[in-house]
Ligand binder design. Structure first.
Ligand code: GLU
Length: 502
């Protein structure tokens, strides 16, 4: 394969959807797998849809994901500028080439005229298509005499440049994911390539830039597949070799019915954007929800691509090594918010206690507690299998720091037996005698006592947990007592006995 050069080419029209992040990711993985170059090109030719802050958001999102841009606005490169509005002066000459070769023409129809035509067609339950069937009856440099349209140009009348789509011709082309495709041109319209505001449309700018930037593979969302026949025609009209194309299947709603949208996220409480979007109508982001970027990227990679094995946990490096476009499926991938949490849980559990403790520290401090590093490490080690997010750790460890002030009534009803007072008083005497308050030593002593007395282990342990924790929750009870220490354990037994009593 000659040099692999791929681009992610988002339009800065708002926050980048996770589907867009996945497109960027697949481009990146493909580039790195093939020792190629990953380019970020900002496609901002549609000034009416431009949203302030979106470009920065896109860059920050990629950075958070660990997707490193080789060539781009900030990175530079030999094929710049990498923002289409900064390349504005470059496109007109290409529209002119098509005009000269007879592949494009000037059209003077006003928006009002086109609107009227559309409405007329609607009345007959048809869709108006600006194409070979009608173009000769409309207001353009094909229907008008040369002197007439030149006069219009001289007068400075508004015009657009349209592609002259041939009539009734089969276009054959290939997509890496979808295979061979044939489209008849009679279904296509004479797309606008250049607008009266002096800007190219997406189609022209995209093709010109992919050509000038020597893009070898275009990997993009399925929503662009309908544009592909036009793009192929444009390459042919210019006499340029087209890149190879791969159109990625959609990310679907959790129920599989339709494209994943922001509204689905709002409804079900999960983000559909990588980062918090702070402008106008704000939106939640994976980063702020507490996801690790590695987990987020891992999850996204597997939404559409499969490694061909059962393996699910992949570092970015492993993804690069295993990725291939051939293993991207044809059908849409259902987004599963629970699976997203599962991925984060896996990454959290695999953190060392030291890493996790340092991540949790600020949350603990925010609750007003401080504790030595080694104690905090031991603590997170006890509960990390129980949470998916660092921010949720507090709810698992609050009782390590605060003795119960109240006791769960349900638990009392179920767990506090007639002989609980007697048994816990005895237990206290046993514990008082233990010097090494380690989990295993305490457990051993307590179990020996229970055995000798012939008590029901479950009953004793449940009551014990109730006075220590205040409810029926938490990790192994002797891990808790070892961490809070002998004094505190005895104090909690006393408090529980006098509070629940009987
Ligand atoms: N600017 C287009 C977008 O926003 C790029 C499509 C393409 O990759 O060709 O998705």
């Amino acid at each position: 394969m000659s040099q692999v050069r791929v681009r992610f080419a988002p339009s800065p029209t708002g926050p980048l959807h996770i589907g867009g992040v996945r497109t960027a990711l697949y481009n990146y993985l493909f580039a790195k797998k093939n020792n190629g170059t990953f380019i970020l090109r900002i496609e901002d030719t549609d000034q009416t849809r431009f949203v302030e802050g979106a470009e920065k958001y896109i860059m920050e999102s990629l950075k958070w994901c660990g997707i490193i841009v080789d060539e781009g606005i900030n990175e530079g490169g030999n094929y710049g500028p990498y923002r289409q509005s900064d390349r504005k002066s470059l496109y007109r000459q290409y529209a002119d080439i098509l005009l000269e070769k007879g592949y494009a023409y000037y059209a003077f129809d006003t928006p009002e005229q086109l609107d009227a035509l559309r409405k007329e067609s609607e009345k007959e339950h048809k869709t108006f298509i600006y194409n070979a069937d009608v173009r000769e009856k409309l207001n353009n440099s094909i229907s008008l005499k040369e002197s007439e349209w030149k006069e219009k140009l001289n007068r400075g009348e508004n015009y657009v440049i349209r592609y002259k789509m041939p009539q009734n011709e089969d276009i054959n082309f290939e997509d890496i994911i979808r295979g061979k495709i044939v489209v008849n041109t009679s279904t296509l319209d004479d797309k606008v390539l250049f607008k009266s505001d002096g800007m190219p449309t997406y189609h022209l700018a995209n093709i010109v830039d992919d050509h000038l930037m020597e893009i070898s593979h275009v990997i993009r969302g399925e929503e662009w597949l309908p544009s592909l026949p036009l793009h192929i025609m444009l390459y042919r009209s210019f006499g340029w070799q087209a890149p190879l194309f791969a159109h990625l299947p959609l990310l679907l709603k959790p129920d599989g019915k339709g494209k994943l949208s922001k509204r689905d996220g709002d409804k079900m409480g999960f983000p559909v954007f990588p980062l918090f979007w702070p402008y106008g109508e704000t939106a939640k982001g994976y980063r702020e929800e507490g996801y690790y970027p590695e987990a987020f990227v891992n999850m996204l990679a597997l939404l559409g691509w499969n490694p061909g094995t059962e393996k699910e946990i992949f570092s970015l490096k492993e993804l690069i090594d295993s990725f291939s476009i051939e293993r991207v499926g044809k059908s849409g991938s259902r987004f599963d918010p629970e699976k997203a949490k599962w991925f984060n849980h896996q990454y959290l559990e695999n953190r060392t206690d030291k890493q996790l403790a340092s991540e949790f520290k600020e949350h603990l401090n925010a609750h007003g507690y401080q504790v030595a590093d080694d104690r905090l490490e031991a603590l997170v080690g006890l509960v990390k299998m129980r949470v998916s997010f660092v921010k949720d750790l507090w709810d698992q460890v609050d009782f390590f720091f605060k003795a119960p002030e109240t006791y769960d009534q349900e638990a009392i009803k179920k767990r506090w037996k007639d002989d609980s007072v007697k048994q816990l008083s005895e237990l206290k005497t046993i514990l008082e005698k233990i010097d090494d308050f380690s989990s295993s030593r305490t457990e051993e002593a307590v179990m020996t006592w229970i055995g000798e007395k012939g008590y029901n282990t479950g009953a004793v342990m449940n009551a014990f947990r109730l006075v220590i924790v205040g409810a029926s929750r938490g990790p192994h009870i002797f891990d808790i007592t070892s961490w809070i220490g002998k004094e505190e354990t005895l104090r909690r037994i006393d408090a529980g006995l006098s509070s629940i009593g009987r």
